[in-house]
Design a binder for this molecule. Structure first.
Ligand code: HEC
Length: 118
């Protein structure tokens, strides 16, 4: 029984590590990806009012948004149709998108988040 618990705990931890988002890697990807050219310094100073502020937004929301741009507008119910952003995210894999989302979520910004969960 003890062995089983230890094994379960170990595999849980390993799974966590494998899926964990890497904020530092996300920062590199955002810097290399030229995202601040439009979303501004710290992803919080967009160059135009119709360009979203992103710093501090929920990680899960950001990840989902990025995946939707990648999917484009596949069905009327899924995907986002935006030529700029679909072009921007085409190069990334799912882990990259997780890392990017984690980094942007970690930044302080003006986006108003209702609770203190992150
Ligand atoms: C050329 C300008 C430009 C660049 C460069 C750019 N974006 Fe965007 N981004 C936009 C615009 C415009 C939108 C709003 C698109 C829409 O209406 O769906 C947007 C939307 C987003 C959203 C969705 C926000 C929301 O609240 O739903 C995310 C996330 C995002 N961008 C992340 C990034 C990341 C990460 C990069 C770099 C890899 C990047 N953007 C580079 C212009 C840009």
């Amino acid at each position: 029984m003890k062995k089983f618990v230890l094994l379960a705990a170990t595999s849980f931890l390993l799974a966590q590590v494998a899926n964990a988002a890497d904020i530092k890697k996300g920062e590199d990807l955002v810097n290399k990806g030229g995202c601040i050219a439009c979303h501004g310094a710290g992803m919080d100073k967009p160059i135009a009012p119709n360009y979203p502020k992103l710093a501090g937004q929920y990680q899960s929301y950001l990840f989902h948004a990025l995946q939707q741009y990648q999917a484009k507008h596949q069905t009327p119910l899924y995907g986002r149709n935006n030529a700029i952003m679909s072009g921007m995210v085409a190069q990334y894999n799912t882990q990259d998108l997780q890392d990017i989302a984690a980094y942007i979520a970690s930044l302080k910004g003006d986006v108003y988040i209702r609770d203190e969960m992150h």
